[in-house]
Design a protein around this ligand. Structure first.
Ligand SMILES: *Cc1c(COP(=O)(O)O)cnc(C)c1O
Length: 274
């Protein structure tokens, strides 16, 4: 059963009408303005929810953005960027190795054979949903003498095309995690349904939060699940109202992408929310 008891903000709507229309950031000043607008939205959502804005981490998502754009973002003060595809991220990491304080978070599905790359350069992996990937990532990290923060991705929308574990499979999965000492499990991650119906979007976030709360009480899991990574440009206010601690925001900071979302999310049709 989904707990809807804390749903005190039923009026907050997704903002998918801006999808694909956000202006491109072409200067440091543009980035600063877009960031200020996103922070204002975060603060408003926090105010409605009675939360401290400092409890929300904004993870800017730079997928499809070129080197020039990322260098401007860095100049505007961004130091931690999310990328959906490993090879794209790895290329950027190599090209911009002079930006020594820039860190990368992989937020998209990973195939086992790419775990080696992730272990080499990423600081965080948010889309863990397979034991084989966990094993391989741990092995490669041990070899590199590194450790990494990870989030377990959960499919909260019930869409077959979405990656992530089924909610019922998460407890069992987490019980296997302490075996991988290079993986520091921080929490859960999800993508909500891409819908203009606020209540259906909110349900995905409520599901992730209730799952996290329930798992926290299962003491045999032995992992402190503090983080909830949920919410993107079009729906992060709702995610914050439902407990997000990390919001992953691309377009609202960098501008609309030229590459369609279906390149990153199988089955996505950005122009037509369901
Ligand atoms: C692209 C992406 C985002 C950000 O989406 P925007 O609409 O650009 O804010 C968030 N999470 C994941 C997994 C993504 O691939």
């Amino acid at each position: 059963m989904i707990d809807t008891s804390s749903n005190d903000h039923p009026d907050t709507q997704p903002r998918h009408e801006m999808h694909g229309l956000y202006p491109k950031a072409e200067s440091v000043a543009d980035f600063q303005r877009h960031l200020a607008a996103v922070h204002a939205r975060i603060e408003n959502a926090c105010q409605r929810a009675g939360r401290d804005p400092a409890s929300i981490r904004l993870l800017p998502v730079s997928k499809t953005m070129d080197e020039a754009s990322i260098r401007l973002a860095h100049a505007a003060g961004l130091r931690f960027l999310g990328e959906n595809k490993v090879q794209e991220a790895y290329r950027k990491w190599e090209t911009m190795s002079d930006l020594v304080d820039l860190q990368w978070s992989i937020i998209g599905h990973l195939q086992t054979n790419k775990a080696k790359l992730v272990a080499r350069f990423a600081s965080e992996f948010q889309a863990l949903d397979s034991l084989r990937v966990a094993e391989e990532l741990d092995r490669r990290l041990q070899a590199e003498g590194r450790a990494m923060d990870v989030f377990v991705q959960v499919n909260t929308s019930g869409e077959a095309s979405k990656f992530g574990l089924e909610p019922d499979a998460v407890a069992g999965f987490l019980r296997g995690m302490p075996a991988f000492s290079a993986l520091r499990v921080r929490g859960l991650m999800t993508l909500a349904l891409f819908s203009s119906e606020a209540s259906r979007v909110r349900e995905c976030f409520i599901l992730l939060r209730s799952l996290r709360d329930r798992l926290r009480q299962e003491t045999d899991i032995g992992i402190s699940l503090n983080e909830l990574s949920m919410g993107m440009s079009g729906d992060f206010e709702i995610a914050i109202e439902e407990g997000a601690t990390v919001v992953r925001v691309g377009q609202a900071i960098f501008g609309a992408r030229a590459v369609p979302d279906s390149h990153y999310w199988p089955g996505a049709d950005p122009k037509h929310p369901s």
